[in-house]
Each structure stands twice: as C-alpha cells, then as structure tokens.
Design a protein around this ligand. Structure first.
Ligand SMILES: Cc1ncc(COP(=O)(O)O)c(C=O)c1O
Length: 355
C-alpha cells in the first residue's frame, strides 16, 4: 500500500518500470527449493525445463535462457547478420535507443530506423527502405519489430501488419525478429495466442523480468540451428551462466502464475490514463494506452518532466521522464488498486495546484 506512512518513511508507489518488481514469497520459495546443475554443460534441470516450456508455449523449435532482454535481442541480431549488413528497426524502438549501441558494437552492422506510428510500421514502409543489391549499398538482412512497444506506451503492433511484413521478409529473403519483451502483454490484451505471433518470425525474444515479475532472465526462440548458433554467441558475450536454475525456477513460477494477471495491470493503467487525460496542461494519446504503460506529455503545464518527477516523488509517487517533457508510468505486479488511487490523488494535487 503506497499511502501508509510508517515512522516518517513514505512508502513509495513506484510506477517507473515493470522491471522493479520484487519476487513474491511463493517465487522465493521456488528459488529456494530449485534443483540446479551447470547450464553451460546443459545440465541445469530448471533451465532445461523452462526452455522446454517456452518451446511448448511459442511453437518454436528451440529456446535459450539468457540474462536479459538486451542480451536476447543482441544475440539474435548477431546470429542473423554479417558485419556490414543493415537492419531495419523503428526509430523509437528499444533496440535503437536503449541497447548501448550494441548492434554496432557487437555485430558491426548499421541500423536503418523508420518512423512508425505508436511503434508500428507497415509492409510498404519496409519495402521502401530495403536496399537494392548493389555494390554501393549495405545488404539489408533483418527487420525488427517491438511488440508491445515500450516508448509508445505499450502499444500493440497490429497482427495483420506483422503478417504482411512477415510475408515480405520471406519474399525478399530477409529475417524477421520480434523483440517481445512484453509479448505476454500483447497476447493477453488481444487474445491472440503467443504461438500465432511467434509463427510469423524467425526469432523472438521474450522477458520474464518485466510484467511477469521474475528477478532476472529472458528467452531467445528460433529454429534448432538458430539456437545452436545463439548458444555459441551467448557464451562469447559472457552470458554462459552456471547454476542458473535458481533464476529459471523463478521464471517458471512467473510463467505458470503471472501471465493471466497482466490483465489487472492493463485495467489499472487504463484507470490511471483516464485520470491523466483530463489533467490541465497534459497531452495524452488515448489510443496509445493498450496495455500497462501510460505515456503523457507535460509540455503545456509550465513544468519540465524533471520538475514533475520531483514534485510527485515528494508526495510518494515515482514516475520516469524522458525527452524533456514526456513522462512514463508503468503498472506491474507490485502496484495495487490503492496505489493507483494514491497516484491519482497526488497527480491531482500537483497539476491542479498549477492552474
Ligand atoms: C521492448 C524492450 N526490449 C528489450 C528490453 C531490454 O530488457 P533488459 O532490461 O532485460 O535488458 C526492454 C527493457 O525495458 C524493453 O522494454
């Protein structure tokens, strides 16, 4: 509960990210009792079980447990490309903005960003930027989509657009990767099974440490041959973990217990968004709010994003700001209905006192 004050310490309602969740007591129990082995030898029973579960859920041939969403994406890029290639991404994507320049650093490739709407783009937009085979150009090797799209407010990439881009990638002999850090959220919100999304892509990365609330870990999915090569790069990137079963046990618990409840996060984000939309000085695109991320702009409030962050934090609510006046609030496993009510009342105090 965010609004309890104990011994002068304000308990924060922390809406900065869905990566902030702490393992629940039951998840800690699963970690505590996990059997382990050496996963670099392929002998950790929980890692193997998690990988098998994810093959079952996604319909892909094989799976590889890795340390983070960034590592999952970067291993996929490395496996799909040759140095000097070009990959097509959306200009607000995580891959392009928040992975430390890793496509250039690790895979020696260049990135062609295209301008999407709420993080989504069309087959026609991809067609326009595929390079002709010519000695002057880099070879276009890969298209990456992000579903849901973090920086656009957890927006869902329309299934039919993914399908059309997937068809194009086959026609043009390109690979298609889905950064599905929050594909769980897209599936719960649309009712489209994860398998149907995964059928359309050569590789998929998915996270356990966001909406699902596990402390660490992501998965790479693809053909057996792709995963064999990905395993090699995981080791080369320093991601070969040993008794990783304590992490895999938490991820298994999360997959078994925390997927359906994502609908709760989506419902709470909608309540928050509905309130934010009517605050003075706020710009908000209601269509962007499709899952658990609320993005809004405070540029007409007379305050900078940083000022809003500080005012909210003084009253016990944490949010993030980026790009000057853009703000982000994310609902997750550790946010209750009472926490949302507290966030609403604090937002009301901060913005209405500015009028
Ligand atoms: C869409 C998306 N992809 C990838 C990542 C990277 O995940 P990690 O922080 O585990 O490296 C994030 C992190 O928030 C994300 O939002």
């Amino acid at each position: 509960m965010g609004n309890l004050i104990q011994k002068n310490v304000i308990l924060m309602v922390d809406l900065r990210s869905d990566t902030l969740t702490k393992p629940t007591a039951a998840m800690r129990e699963a970690i505590f009792t996990a059997e382990v082995g050496d996963d670099v030898f392929g002998e950790d029973p929980n890692v193997n079980r998690l990988q098998e579960m994810m093959v079952e859920i996604t319909g892909k041939e094989a799976a590889l447990f890795v340390a983070s969403g960034t590592m999952a994406n970067q291993i996929c890029i490395k496996t799909h490309t040759q140095p000097g290639n070009e990959i097509i991404v959306e200009h607000n994507s995580h891959l392009f903005n928040y992975e430390s320049g890793a496509p250039a650093l690790l895979s020696h490739i260049q990135v062609m960003p295209i301008q999407g709407i709420r993080g989504s783009f069309t087959r026609e937009q991809v067609e326009q930027v595929i390079r002709p085979l010519n000695v002057h150009h880099p070879k276009t090797a890969l298209v990456c989509i992000e579903n849901t799209h973090n920086r656009s407010g957890g927006s869902i990439f329309p299934f039919d657009d993914i399908k059309r881009i997937s068809e194009l990638s086959k026609e043009k002999n390109l690979k298609l990767h889905i950064d599905g850090a929050r594909l769980w959220n897209a599936s719960v919100a649309t009712g489209i099974p994860i398998k149907k999304y995964c059928d359309l892509a050569h590789s998929v990365s998915m996270c356990f440490s966001k909406g699902l609330g596990a402390p660490v870990g992501s998965i790479v999915l693809g053909t057996r041959q792709f995963i064999d090569q990905a395993r090699y790069y995981r080791k080369a990137f320093g991601g070969g973990m040993r008794q990783a079963g304590i992490l895999a046990a938490a991820a298994i618990y999360a997959v078994e217990n925390h997927v359906d409840r994502l609908a709760e996060d989506h419902r709470r984000a909608k309540i928050l968004g509905k309130f934010i939309r009517n605050l003075p000085g706020i710009e908000f695109d209601p269509e962007s709010l499709q899952t658990n991320i609320v993005i809004f702009n405070v540029k007409n409030s007379g305050m900078s994003g940083q000022q809003v962050v500080e005012l909210l934090a003084r009253k016990g609510v944490k949010m993030l700001t980026f790009a000057g006046t853009k703000m982000r609030a994310v609902t997750h496993l550790d946010i209750s209905d009472d926490d949302i009510q507290k966030a609403i009342s604090v937002l009301g105090e901060v913005f209405n006192s500015k009028q």
